[in-house]
Design a protein around this ligand. Structure first.
Ligand SMILES: O=C(O)CCC(=O)C(=O)O
Length: 239
């Protein structure tokens, strides 16, 4: 990551925040979204879950640890991700295009020429207390096939989200480790093969996203969203 361009774009982030991002590979920004906008998103998500409104991914689709084995198993129709957020409703487009969000991401990527990819992220992740799964340690670049990892993910917490609720954990500085594909399993997860433990998976940080907090991370930062082991539903918006 040492060859990342130094951010020069004016925006809401301070020089210290930019330095933290470049050092740790992720940054937590408080209150980038207004309470009113978050409330509209929550209402949209609640309506889209009762009954579940496609396109969506079920827990049983991913077969991750903790997921129901198929749709016939108990919990087989538990929603995991409401897909295509950008096309789903204007409220999500409003969030993705909000001035403060766009200028923060421009600063983090170090460009004025920003593009939003609508593949994979671009969804609402919902982690239900009854059935949820653990994604496993990975780099988000696994979800795309770009040659250069010049992507930044933005997660918006629509409630207090932390590791016991299936929130994201990060390994600070891990974006600087260059690991070739042979270090990962066929699904590009690292934790399932011992040789891949070139970093210390116990050195993780749970940044604990408070309501309306945003986490921004490089797609090369090692991260693990876990299962929800608490009693209430988790809703985050990754893009
Ligand atoms: O489990 C998934 O589908 C993706 C989780 C993730 O790493 C992310 O949203 O950044």
């Amino acid at each position: 990551m040492s060859n990342l361009p130094k951010p020069i774009i004016a925006g809401p982030l301070t020089e210290i925040q930019l330095q933290q991002f470049m050092r740790d590979g992720y940054l937590i920004v408080r209150k980038l979204a207004s309470t009113a906008l978050c409330q509209r998103m929550i209402e949209n998500v609640e309506t889209s879950l009762k009954p579940a409104l496609g396109p969506l991914e079920y827990e049983s689709d991913v077969r991750y640890p903790g997921a129901p084995v198929n749709q016939s198993a108990p919990g087989g129709f538990t929603p995991r991700r409401l897909l295509n957020a950008y096309a789903r409703d204007a409220v999500f487009r409003q969030w993705a295009g909000a001035r403060d969000v766009v200028s923060a991401v421009k600063q983090l990527v170090g460009t004025d020429n920003l593009l939003l990819t609508q593949n994979h992220h671009n969804c609402i992740m919902t982690k239900m207390p009854e059935y949820s799964s653990k994604t496993g340690w990975h780099q988000d670049i696994r979800y795309w096939s770009f040659d250069r990892p010049e992507l930044v993910n933005v997660w918006l917490a629509l409630g207090d989200e932390y590791s016991e609720k299936g929130g994201m954990k990060f390994i600070p500085g891990s974006h600087k480790l260059e690991l070739d594909r042979g270090r990962f399993d066929a699904d590009l997860f690292a934790g399932r093969i011992d040789e891949a433990h070139l970093w210390d998976p116990n050195a993780f940080v749970d940044p604990g996203l408070l309501d309306r907090s945003t986490s921004c991370s490089y797609v090369s930062t090692k991260q693990e969203p876990g299962a929800n082991t608490e009693g209430s539903t988790t809703r985050v918006l990754p893009e």
